[in-house]
Design a protein around this ligand. Sequence first.
Ligand SMILES: *[C@@H]1O[C@H](CO)[C@@H](O)[C@H](O)[C@H]1NC(C)=O
Ligand SMILES: *[C@@H]1O[C@H](CO)[C@@H](O)[C@H](O)[C@H]1NC(C)=O
Ligand SMILES: *[C@@H]1O[C@H](CO)[C@@H](O)[C@H](O)[C@H]1NC(C)=O
Ligand SMILES: *[C@@H]1O[C@H](CO)[C@@H](O)[C@H](O)[C@H]1NC(C)=O
Ligand SMILES: *[C@@H]1O[C@H](CO)[C@@H](O)[C@H](O)[C@H]1NC(C)=O
Ligand SMILES: *[C@@H]1O[C@H](CO)[C@@H](O)[C@H](O)[C@H]1NC(C)=O
Ligand SMILES: *[C@@H]1O[C@H](CO)[C@@H](O)[C@H](O)[C@H]1NC(C)=O
Ligand SMILES: *[C@@H]1O[C@H](CO)[C@@H](O)[C@H](O)[C@H]1NC(C)=O
Ligand SMILES: CC(=O)N[C@H]1CO[C@H](CO)[C@@H](O)[C@@H]1O
Length: 546
Amino acid sequence: MKSSAVVSNVLACGLLALRGAQAVTLSPNTQDLFDESMNFLDTIYDRSASYLYYFYYPLAAGPHETRSSVWYATGLLQRNKGDDVEQAVKIIKAVIGDQEKNKTLQWFGDYTVYPEQPTVGTEAYPAVIYNSWDPNWRGFIGTNLIVIYEEFQHLLPQDVQGLIVESMVNNTIGDSYRVGGVDDDNLFPSYSNPSLMRAVASGWTGRKVNDANMTAAGEMYAQEILDLFNLNNTLSEFNSGTYAGVSIYALTLWAKYMPQDSIMGQNGARMLKQVWETTAALYNPLLRNLAGPWDRSYGYDMNKYVAILGIYLWSLLGKDQAFGEKSRVWSLAHADDFEYAPLIAVLAPFHDSLVSDCTIASLKSTREHTVTTSAFAPPHDMVPRNVTTWMYANLTIGAESFRQDVLGGARADNSQWNPAVVQWARPYDSSVGYMTLHASEMALDVGVAPYALNLTYPAGNSSSSFTFLIAPNPLGQKRDITDLADINGLKFEVGGTVDPKPQSTFCGLVGGTCSIIHGFEFWNLTFTMPAGSTEVPSITFKFELE
Ligand SMILES: *[C@@H]1O[C@H](CO)[C@@H](O)[C@H](O)[C@H]1NC(C)=O
Ligand SMILES: *[C@@H]1O[C@H](CO)[C@@H](O)[C@H](O)[C@H]1NC(C)=O
Ligand SMILES: *[C@@H]1O[C@H](CO)[C@@H](O)[C@H](O)[C@H]1NC(C)=O
Ligand SMILES: *[C@@H]1O[C@H](CO)[C@@H](O)[C@H](O)[C@H]1NC(C)=O
Ligand SMILES: *[C@@H]1O[C@H](CO)[C@@H](O)[C@H](O)[C@H]1NC(C)=O
Ligand SMILES: *[C@@H]1O[C@H](CO)[C@@H](O)[C@H](O)[C@H]1NC(C)=O
Ligand SMILES: *[C@@H]1O[C@H](CO)[C@@H](O)[C@H](O)[C@H]1NC(C)=O
Ligand SMILES: *[C@@H]1O[C@H](CO)[C@@H](O)[C@H](O)[C@H]1NC(C)=O
Ligand SMILES: CC(=O)N[C@H]1CO[C@H](CO)[C@@H](O)[C@@H]1O
């Protein structure tokens, strides 16, 4: 239990140590990622439709999907074997052909979610943002078209090049209709991943067609994002296994395609390095997981779901470190994000050159240290969130204090928001145990120290409760978790003002009393306050590895 935590400065890596030169060919790790993802995507490509099938849990009966098809087209252009280029061109034309062309609609310039979808905005298919249409598809697909144009122009017929630029003009105009808080939209500068994509889409397109206003709009968005970032050199959408990957992708475009007279060209590489430094400081290579807290997560154990960051780790460090050598990545939870891999691979030679040797060493390091930083996502954060994470070889404890005006983080999504997370190695089978706070309040204070976690609800009362989602035990260990003592691999000592005896329920795949989240089943241990208590709700834990 003795420990001497080293407080780590996540900026320790400095900014100048570039690794390797920019290469045109893929590194062995990246090539391996590229080949495995393309081999998989080849099997779900429908040549007659020129779209990939819709690969998303639960698997749909037949339809195709738009966004992943463009990712695949990027891979086809990179591979350039047989009729790959012809297929890529068919995909690009089909996707742009179906792009919304009516300027008066809120989803002008957006692409379909899937090509068979009914007409959005009809009686049978009402326009519902993030549902029947997805405003972020402008960013995802548009920025991918930029990569295709920049990297593979020499393979594209003249008319397709023109089509891409025209598509980007409509895309950028349509995206300018987005204003956070208006018309059900939520695109504030703090919504990092789509903001970063919007800025580069507008900046690239404005320059391409000599539209000074469009160029200026891109710079303006970029400045707003940068101002938030510079507060602590962190993304407002902090530490997300999935969306840090998207932000890193977008920052790669800032650094690679924006000139030095652009705020994006000036800051993209630095921001990318700093995001990686923080990510590396929070990455535990033995657990193969990013430690908490996670602003937005699609799972609780990166060995069991495809986080986009996992795809980057494959490219940087190899498959074994990212997912395990034998992992069938297409069969993990959230496997559809594996479809992003060809695009990440194509950008990898440039991207990897911005990740310093020091950051690579930090990703591989198991040394004990504590990370403290903060992140700020207005308008939903009243004050910056303060993060403390203790990193140890077989145990990580990470949490953030916050004051918000919505439940479930800035995205108001409690299925993604994990403000206090503990992960540990389970010696029984080397698997990862986890415990995460399922937030039920809009304010939290945290204390994190070696082997200790304290949580307090400053605005709570006797009706407050602390719900923890807990990993089921490994196969062969106790089936039922009715109390903390039943949890495999970690010993708990509980204190605070709560009743120390939790209620236990199971949220299972085919049974139980509550629903799974993102394909993960879990035990729900909920601690309530003693009846009539007038104390501030708090719970404290001391942990010991088994
Ligand atoms: C564009 O959408 C508007 C509704 O906002 C509709 O009135 C108009 O007819 C549409 N235009 C075309 C060319 O379909
Ligand atoms: C762009 O929008 C205009 C209408 O404003 C439309 O005529 C044109 O076909 C669109 N271009 C593409 C590539 O969708
Ligand atoms: C300039 O761009 C802004 C933001 O994209 C837009 O609202 C405005 O209408 C544009 N003005 C002109 C003259 O194009
Ligand atoms: C985080 O720390 C800053 C001081 O650095 C403070 O102003 C802010 O209120 C803190 N946030 C929370 C949620 O406690
Ligand atoms: C971490 O756990 C592994 C096996 O689960 C064990 O071999 C190793 O000694 C542990 N390391 C530390 C630092 O506790
Ligand atoms: C947790 O709370 C206990 C009791 O108030 C206190 O002694 C301890 O220092 C706190 N630990 C942390 C990490 O905040
Ligand atoms: C506790 O606070 C919540 C939310 O403010 C309120 O709905 C509830 O009635 C309060 N409970 C008690 C016992 O005061
Ligand atoms: C956890 O269990 C409590 C009851 O003990 C219930 O109120 C809550 O909705 C459950 N939460 C989840 C995410 O299943
Ligand atoms: C935790 C941390 O590093 N917080 C810093 C964030 O940035 C502000 C403003 O520069 C500092 O005051 C905090 O100390």
